[in-house]
Ligand binder design. Sequence first.
Ligand SMILES: [Zn+2]
Length: 57
Amino acid sequence: MGKMLMCPCGEQLVGRTDDEFVSAVDAHLQSKHDGRTYPGSMILQMAKPFPDDQIPD
Ligand SMILES: [Zn+2]
């Protein structure tokens, strides 16, 4: 099961693994939100489960 987070800006961030998910959120924050960062543990707490087969390649 992957993880998903709907960013307040409207972008849906997903990952197949915790590492991939945290990296995706981090990269999004860096590029779209002035380099903001959150600890990986906090990002994972905000995440919702997301079916693997709906994650785009
Ligand atoms: Zn965003």
